[in-house]
Design a binder for this molecule. Structure first.
Ligand code: GLU
Length: 473
């Protein structure tokens, strides 16, 4: 069997992390089985069209390394196919015209709500005679076409949840064709998955309740029923459904914050699935190899931001300084940081292992580049006093002034000469290194002073020392 999977998003203007997981799992499974991964744009809801959404989606999938194997299918360009299928159902009596007005349907719904009975169409139009239908059609009365749900039960197997049976009387006579001539999701999804020979439908849990309707349609058309796999919900840490209120949900937002595509792929892959359970970092090829529908959890998967941060840091640490600078270019440009400076390269070198996102590099660079402001009391080590801090800063100033320019390129030499000063004077490290580090960084916490001197170079280091000294007067 040639496996065919598909990702079938509605073009909302962004890719939801849940959508990324659906696309990823569909992609992984197709690649593992040497099958085909398709992209289908489900844009049959004309009221919800968003300009540029399709292009944005295709581009994000490409950035994430999940390009479809064929040109994307666009449902709004396939209306003829859906109409044909609706006609087949009408001809067989498996579907019927419904001319009920919005007002009537609203009133019906309100009545059912008040009675606390299930909300279903009451089949009024099922009883129209052929002539009545013909005359309504001839006078161009707006209509929809509804599925005539047969009696009995519907059973299907979900690869994750197992066998599910539903009494058909619980299923509404779903609208298949809308007044605007567009199909509903339910009709189009069945027609297309069959037309595209999709063998495995992998998608979010929110669609599982639609499957009985789809299976009824598959049976009416005589189509082979594909395998279904409904992925567990993605949850906020408080176990509510992942929502915008508790953080970003768009993949594009994470990219814009400086999370790497490979981090997002690895992170999202583990939402509801862990291939070996003994580690968290997997290469893309490992994910393809180890993907297993039968290992996907039934219960919801918590979106853990702290884990995402940790993972991005792990991925950044596998990169060289040059690679990080290249990746961070858009972030640095946006922050107006001079890209090609030796200073920036050194900042990156020093900060690399502490970065959580690419944006962090731009933030750090801006901090180092901007004038520093701090409370002069910070320059004094907790076991020392102002006079002591001033004395050491003054000596260090003299020491650095007398240090050769080339020495500033060598962290070890810089460290050796400051250490020599400490040793010769039998000082405590803290008395010397604290004010030095604080004067250079302007912060309570920062990289060590040798790294800072190396990063700033002679001129800027001396400038910072004399600024500190001026504050201690
Ligand atoms: N168009 C649906 C969505 O936006 C796809 C559901 C499916 O994959 O069948 O999520």
């Amino acid at each position: 069997m040639n496996v065919v999977t598909r990702f079938a998003p509605s073009p909302t203007g962004y890719l939801h992390v849940g959508g990324l997981r659906t696309a990823l799992y569909s992609y992984l499974y197709a690649k593992q089985q040497k099958g085909t991964f398709l992209l289908r744009i489900e844009d049959t809801d004309q009221a919800r069209l968003v300009e540029g959404a399709v292009e944005a989606l295709i581009s994000t999938l490409k950035t994430m390394g999940l390009p479809p194997d064929r040109e994307p299918y666009i449902q709004s360009q396939r209306l003829g196919l859906y109409r044909e299928h609706v006609q087949r159902l009408l001809d067989k009596g498996d579907a019927y015209y419904c001319f009920c007005s919005k007002e009537r349907l609203t009133a019906l719904r309100e009545e059912q709500q008040a009675m606390k009975s299930p909300m279903k169409y009451d089949r009024m139009c099922l009883h129209l005679s052929k002539d009545e239908i013909a005359s309504k059609l001839a006078s161009n009365e707006p209509y929809v076409v509804r599925l005539l749900v047969p009696e009995g039960k519907t059973t299907f197997t979900d690869e994750i949840r197992g066998e599910i049976t539903i009494e058909n009387k619980e299923v509404d006579d779903q609208v298949l064709l809308k007044t605007d001539g567009f199909p509903t999701y339910h009709l189009a999804v069945v027609v297309d998955d069959n037309d595209m020979h999709v063998t495995h439908i992998i998608r979010g849990d929110e669609w599982i309740s639609s499957v009985p309707k789809h299976v009824i349609l598959y049976n009416m058309f005589g189509f082979a029923i594909p395998k279904f796999a409904h992925l567990p919900l993605i949850l906020n840490p408080d176990k509510s459904k992942l929502s915008k209120r508790q953080g970003d949900v768009a993949v594009e937002d994470y990219l814009a914050k400086g999370y790497l595509p490979e981090t997002l792929i690895n992170f999202v892959a583990l939402l509801g699935f862990n291939p070996t359970a003994d580690r968290e970092i997997y290469t893309f090829n490992e994910l393809i190899e180890l993907f297993d529908l039968s290992k996907i959890n039934k219960s919801g998967a918590v979106f853990d931001h702290a884990k995402l941060d940790w993972m991005n840091g792990m991925y950044l640490r596998t990169k060289s300084t040059q690679e990080i600078l290249t990746l961070a270019k858009p972030f640095l440009e946006k922050a107006n940081v001079e890209i090609n400076s030796a200073f920036l390269t050194r900042i990156c070198e020093i900060e690399k292992d502490r970065l959580v996102t690419l944006q962090d590099l731009a933030d750090r660079a801006l901090e180092y580049l901007s004038a520093i402001e701090y409370d002069p009391a910070m320059l004094v080590w907790k076991k020392a006093d102002v006079a002591d801090a001033r004395m050491h800063l003054h000596s260090l100033q003299t020491l650095l002034e007398g240090t050769l320019n080339e020495t500033f390129d060598d962290r070890a030499l810089l460290e050796a000469s400051v250490k020599k000063y400490i040793e010769e004077g039998s000082y405590q490290n803290g008395n010397v290194l604290w004010p030095l580090r604080a004067a250079l960084s302007g912060k309570e916490k920062s990289p060590n002073p040798f790294e800072l001197i190396w990063m700033f170079g002679k001129e800027e280091s001396l400038k910072r020392l004399s600024h500190a000294l001026s504050l201690l007067k």
